[in-house]
Design a protein. Sequence first.
Length: 74
Amino acid sequence: MKNSVIIYTPSLARHLFKKGFKLIDFKADKKNYVATVFFFENTEKIWEEIENFKKERRTDIYESGKNTKNTNGR
């Protein structure tokens, strides 16, 4: 989706949504079918909020969803 920010972390997506950022769409992750990706409107303020979230949590939000195991045993 053009002009959107893709969020792979549900906790970050929830945080952004509660802060009033516009959720455009959400879909199943193509690489991990038990996960969901979230599409938010791309604005300068959303990037500031993502950085604030990252500092508060002290985690790398960009890596958090990449190594999840399939919970269905497949």
